[in-house]
Write a new protein. Structure first.
Length: 234
């Protein structure tokens, strides 16, 4: 995705370039493949008034669309793709909430790192280290996050060099110290006036105010000082 705006596109035209059983490749696609902790898009491929369900989407260089069996699709056919918008928009909000929660945890609790995440349409989770959440910290985290959402802030996608990123954000917030040394430029997602800045290839919303409110679902210890924070949106 090149910009935040392009995350809001729902329909596209494409040509089938490869078929292997139920796996379809297209010359272009708006379907987001599973990756970066975020679940894949679902939706349909339309051809001659027929609608074929897209069940799973995978890959980076080559993106494959797993469709329902007995699809009767053929190489070279022109299709119209349509994303299940409710699911995608939920991912965009959940994913943007993850950036924000990670930033708030980093700010409130002395540089605690985000070490993993899983973004789903109904519930998501983030792993933090080192931390041991108590009731008071959880309340503080949820309150602060929801206040920032209410104030709102625009998101931007930029390409920046390693040095530019490290000048603005400490490497333990951006996980830049884990990016292989040969990678020079990265796609970064910026919230507001550098409220947060993080390399990311997922889908996001235009303004954090679209998130609504986060709701805490549970915490779980994952060992070695790591705790998992689960949340949903309301
Ligand atoms: Zn992201």
């Amino acid at each position: 995705m090149d910009s935040i705006k392009s995350c809001y596109l729902k329909e596209f035209n494409a040509e089938i370039t490869n078929i292997e059983d139920d796996l379809i490749e297209l010359d272009q696609t708006l379907f987001y493949p599973i990756g970066g902790g975020q679940d894949w898009d679902q939706g349909i491929l339309k051809i001659n008034n027929k609608e074929i369900n897209v069940l799973e989407v995978k890959g980076r260089e080559t993106i494959t669309h797993l469709v329902e069996s007995n699809h009767n699709l053929e190489m070279g056919q022109k299709i119209q793709g349509s994303i299940d918008w409710e699911r995608r928009y939920a991912h965009m909000k959940m994913h943007t909430a993850q950036h924000l929660i990670s930033a708030v945890v980093y700010d409130l609790f002395d540089g605690v790192r985000t070490v993993g995440n899983q973004i789903r349409h109904d519930r998501s989770r983030i792993d933090f280290n080192p931390i041991s959440f108590d009731e008071e910290m959880l309340t503080e985290l949820v309150t602060e996050t929801n206040e920032r959402i209410k104030r709102g802030a625009e998101l931007q996608v930029k390409t920046m060099s390693r040095d530019e990123i490290n000048e603005i954000m400490p490497p333990e917030r951006t996980n830049m110290d884990l990016v292989p040394p040969h990678v020079e430029n990265l796609r970064v997602v910026v919230i507001g006036d550098n409220l947060d800045l993080c390399p990311c290839a997922g889908t996001h919303i235009q303004n954090i105010s679209e998130i609504g409110e986060i709701e805490f679902l549970g915490k779980k210890s994952k060992g070695k000082g790591t705790q998992r924070f689960s949340y949903t949106l309301k």
